[in-house]
Structure formats: C-alpha cells, structure tokens
Design a protein around this ligand. Structure first.
Ligand SMILES: NC(=O)C1=CN([C@@H]2O[C@H](COP(=O)(O)OP(=O)(O)OC[C@H]3O[C@@H](n4cnc5c(N)ncnc54)[C@H](OP(=O)(O)O)[C@@H]3O)[C@@H](O)[C@H]2O)C=CC1
Ligand SMILES: O=C(O)[C@@H]1CCC=N1
Length: 277
C-alpha cells in the first residue's frame, strides 16, 4: 500500500489549529499529522486531545517522518525557529510556509539548502473548510509541489495561485479579512444592545444578515453597489444610516485598513530579513 503523506506542523497556534481542524474533517487521518511548537506542552496536549493528531516535543523526531513541513510560527520567531531545524530538513521534503510577509527566498536561505518552498496565505476559516487561500512557489518548487500544496489547502477551502509579490496584498485582504468582519459584527452587537435588543435575538439577526448578504454576493450577478442600492429606499432608514457611515469615511477607513495590513506584511518580511543578515 502507498505510504500516506505525513505532515509536520512547526507551530501550534491559531492558524495551525484552524488548518488541523479543517484537514482532519476531510482528507487527512489524525495520525498523518504531527504537531510541535516551541515549548507550550499544555497547548500540545490540548491539540492532541481535541484533534487526536500526534504531538511531539522533539522537532527532529517530528521532521524525520514528515513529507510536508508546515511553518506556522510568528514571523518574528521564524529566523530562530527555521535555523534551528534546518539540519533536519531534507531536499525530499516540501516546505509550506503560512508566515505573513516572509519570502520563500528568505526561508530557503535560512534552511541553507535548495528545498522546495510553497508560501501560502490561508485564513482561520480553514477550521470549517472555508478558507480563502492564495499560494505561490519558491525558486526550487515546481508545478508538482504547487499541486501538492493546492490539494492540501483545497481540503480547507478555496485556493488560488498568485505571484509571490501579491501575497502581501492577499494577506491584508483575505488573510486578515475575517477579523474585519468580526470587528463589524462586534460593532453591530454593541449597537443592538444600545438600541434595546436582547443579546440572543440580536445575535441571530446579525448572523443571518451577514450570511444572507454573503450568499447574495455569491449567487447573484449584481455588483455590491447595486445590492446596496436595492436595500436603500429613497429617504428611508438605510440612506440615513449609510449617510452616517459616509460622514465617518467608512469606505476610506476600510481601504486604509487593508492597505496598512498589506504594508505591515512587507514590514514583517523586512524585519526578519534584517534579523537574519
Ligand atoms: N492567525 C491567522 O489568522 C493567520 C496567521 N498566519 C500566519 O501564521 C503564523 C502563526 O500565526 P498564529 O497561529 O496566529 O500565531 P500564534 O501565536 O497563535 O502561534 C504561534 C505558534 O508558533 C510556535 N512557535 C514559536 N517559536 C517556535 C519554534 N521555534 N519552533 C516551533 N514552533 C514555534 C508557538 O509555540 P509556543 O506557544 O510554544 O511558543 C505557537 O504554537 C504567523 O506567521 C502568521 O503570519 C497566516 C494566516 C492567517
Ligand atoms: O495578523 C497577522 O499577522 C496574521 C497574518 C494574517 C492574519 N493574521
């Protein structure tokens, strides 16, 4: 029987957990996944108990078995983390990095071998198979590596291949994107409270409003501006509400938010590069 792919996660935080949750719900058997982190054994115990995957404190042991190594630590920890495991990484392994801002060239250089690296930017909706992930190949990765990464991320959502330099923009848009939506929901919940709705009633209404609007965007050919216009009766409530959003420069705020997040991705990559030099 063909050996099943073994995947080692270097990092057991929010993004790793979202991927593990999604992956174990679909194509992957828990025993195909080995998870390690820096030192938080309680976190590893939680991951093991929740997803029944294997956990390992010794990174060399985890890496030895792995066909695919997923780098899922914070960019600030990456130089130390990757340098410390470089000796245990072989050229037969595929490295997939979900690190914001960090280029495939930086990763190859930290490993110090011509390894295949695919850089990916998923989001935490991977936990329920709904990630929007973009992927890009490093200099030693070929179409087959890209296809392997694509198949992996397809188990947790949709995948699109982009040029590596576009991953900063993707990070600001869809990597961080779920947080913008959650922030909006937080604001809607606070508003509902202030205008006197019961919390549970408001929660259901807000959720269905978001789901309904998302489905409308997906299922109709209409542009968002047209869908908005259809809600906005002349002289009505929506017009009054949107007027306030315009007063507060809502669209400009969102545009600046996404631009700043994309810029921060670049900064994170540069910060690591200066540490590494
Ligand atoms: N959160 C998100 O929505 C997204 C995050 N990402 C990227 O994913 C990466 C992880 O982010 P996130 O999960 O939020 O971060 P967390 O802080 O939640 O998790 C970081 C993890 O990295 C581990 N770690 C730190 N140093 C090492 C090391 N030397 N060797 C192995 N593991 C190590 C930590 O272990 P310990 O606890 O023991 O210190 C921890 O498990 C980042 O690079 C981020 O840019 C990408 C897309 C979306
Ligand atoms: O906030 C961050 O840096 C990570 C990358 C994208 C989402 N979370």
């Amino acid at each position: 029987m063909e050996k099943r792919t073994t995947i080692a996660f270097m990092g057991a935080g929010s993004m790793a957990e979202a991927m593990i949750a999604g992956m174990t719900k679909t194509l992957y058997q828990p025993e195909q996944i080995i998870v390690t982190n820096r030192c938080n054994t309680e976190r590893l115990a939680y991951i093991q108990k929740t997803y029944h995957v294997r956990t390992e404190i010794n990174k060399d042991t985890a890496l030895k078995e792995a066909d695919i190594v997923i780098l899922a630590m914070k960019p600030k920890d990456a130089a130390e983390a990757i340098s410390s495991i470089a000796h245990a990484i072989g050229e037969h392994q595929l490295i997939i990095s979900v690190l914001a801002g960090v280029t495939t060239d930086t990763i190859v250089s930290l490993i110090g071998k011509p390894v295949a690296v695919v850089r990916a930017m998923p989001n935490t909706s991977a936990a329920i198979g709904q990630s929007a992930t973009a992927i890009s190949c490093g200099r030693y990765a070929n179409d087959s590596h890209l296809a392997t990464a694509q198949a992996l991320f397809e188990t947790v959502g949709i995948v699109t291949a982009v040029n590596e330099e576009d991953l900063h923009a993707v990070t600001g848009l869809s990597g961080s994107g779920p947080a913008y939506v959650y922030y909006l929901v937080e604001a809607m919940e606070k508003a509902a409270d202030e205008i006197g709705l019961e919390r549970e009633v408001a929660k259901d209404l807000i959720l269905q409003t978001i789901i309904g609007a998302a489905h409308m965007l997906r299922t109709t050919d209409k542009q968002p501006a047209m869908l908005r216009k259809e809600v906005t009766s002349p002289g009505g409530t929506t017009e009054a509400g949107i007027g306030v959003l315009e007063h507060y420069h809502y669209q400009e705020a969102v545009i600046s938010c996404i631009k700043r997040a994309a810029e921060r991705s670049q900064e994170l990559g540069k910060a690591l590069l200066s540490l590494h030099r």
